[in-house]
Design a protein around this ligand. Sequence first.
Ligand code: IPD
Length: 287
Amino acid sequence: MATSESDKCWRECMDVAVEVACRAGKVVQEAVKHEKSVSTKSTPTDLVTEADQQVEELIISTLRDKFPSHRFIGEESSAAGEKCILTDNPSWIIDPIDGTCNFVHSFPMVAVSIGFAVKKELEFGVIYHCFDGTLYTARKGHGAFCNGVRIQVSKEKDVSKALILTEIGAKRDPATLNIFSGNIMKLLSAPTHGVRIIGSSTLALCLIATGAAEAYYQYGLHCWDIAAAAVIIREAGGIVIDTSGGPLDLMSRRVVAAGTHEMANYIVQQLQPISYERDDSDPDVQK
Ligand code: IPD
């Protein structure tokens, strides 16, 4: 496809993504008011509700109707056993309810996240905050927006003036928690202004894009937590990389994001890694 043709094509896909993310977000808004049927997935703290499954079905069936040749990676389809492999084909990467634990408790940090990649390159991202209706959007080369207003990351380089965000991840064994709290203690004693955990990776990453916080890091998140947000941060002028300091690997379940290279590099140097199985590891292959 010629560049101008693909540009038009992906713009049309993004218009559909915005429409479906807002529609799905309103379903989540309504579902918050009702009793939730909660189950667990990989660990007792990895929650799923009927709403997660219904909203994913709504998003994927709408998109599949319009784009039957595209591929879909969704949090709940993957939990149900579908392979989570990113190919060169146009691919939608979907988290129907990011912040499921928040959703269960009606804690107001819950989002619908839709990312889109072609030839393994992220093209656009759409994130809808289900409690306040804020819409974050970005398309490669076209800037990042919050409710249609352009956003920019913080250009702070001085770590002692930084607010850092992170998330916990599903593993809660003592060894993991020791490393997790050690990382936080190191950053608190840098000293930084503070460390915050809000319970939604996608919304925390959006706060990096708006400049409300200077850096984010996490071990244990999934490709559907990063895909849309990575485009939004990059288009807001920020950096999204691997915790090793190398390029982001969408399937590696680890990320550092920041407004400046200096801030990102500082975080990379402080972190002790926590290992998680990759999103694209094949359960059928003997290890
Ligand atoms: C999770 C949340 C959580 C983060 C996890 C994510 P989910 O997403 O964003 O804050 O710690 O790593 O997987 O399961 O609520 O969609």
